[in-house]
Design a protein around this ligand. Structure first.
Ligand SMILES: *Cc1c(COP(=O)(O)O)cnc(C)c1O
Length: 224
């Protein structure tokens, strides 16, 4: 398994490298390995291979893994829908980045609980760029205003940029359009210190990087 993981990781890193050099040599892309289909043993193996940033999409699983892998200096990202009854748990876990803040209402609730604990949290605003029923996130039309409003009214939430899942489609053009839309919003938010544009998963990360992504979240291509 270790050899397989090494091969997968090398391939993903190589592809990221090719794609980012194609944008320009100063375009740095961060890789977050998403362990949700895998186990702690494999996460540990990836750590030994040099990977440091890991993501989960459920608070419960994030907690278990953070606890069981506590001895390793890992950076943890939360990237799934956050139920309001899990807010306190997430705050307790102090993730390095909460990537899936998907509404103003959630931001306000999170901000209030953070304030009670004198804590802050680094977050990304999730954008549902392709306007899909199945996905959470603010619409592309509302994203800019929502971002600014959270910035202004939720001081405990440290917004660092945006996250989006590419359009669910076999048509690459549609996926590309959804990335371009998200990137445009990200660019317009740079004046509010947005510096992370999280786009791209196993099936579309190279395209996402070509569209300006500087953080990719990859699960199956690494852990398969
Ligand atoms: C599962 C997941 C990923 C990784 O998905 P793969 O297609 O396996 O790379 C990335 N982002 C989010 C939000 C996820 O839930």
């Amino acid at each position: 398994m270790k050899e397989q993981l090494r091969k997968n990781l090398d391939e993903v890193i190589w592809n990221i490298e090719q794609a980012r050099i194609g944008v320009n040599e100063h375009h740095i892309v961060k890789l977050v390995a998403v362990g949700k289909y895998s186990d702690e043993e494999n996460i540990k193996t990836l750590y030994e291979l040099g990977q440091r940033a890991f993501g989960e999409n459920q608070v419960q699983q994030l907690e278990t893994r953070m606890q069981n892998l506590e001895e390793l200096p890992l950076e943890w990202h939360m990237m799934g829908t956050l139920q309001s009854n899990k807010i306190n748990k997430l705050i307790e876990l102090r993730p390095s980045l909460f990537q899936s803040l998907d509404s103003l209402k959630l931001a306000e609730a999170l901000n209030q609980r953070l304030a009670e604990r004198h804590q802050t949290m680094n977050t990304l605003l999730q954008i549902n760029a392709a306007n899909e029923e199945s996905k959470s996130g603010v619409s592309a039309d509302e994203a800019y205003d929502t971002y600014v409003q959270i910035k202004e009214s939720c001081p405990q939430i440290k917004l660092k940029g945006v996250m989006s899942i590419g359009a669910h489609s076999a048509n690459e053009k549609l996926i590309q359009q959804s990335f371009e839309k998200t990137y445009k919003i990200y660019e317009s938010l740079k004046k509010y210190d947005a510096n992370i544009c999280s786009m791209g998963m196993s099936n579309d990360y190279e395209l996402a990087i070509q569209c300006g992504s500087n953080l990719v979240r990859i699960g199956s291509k690494i852990f398969k």
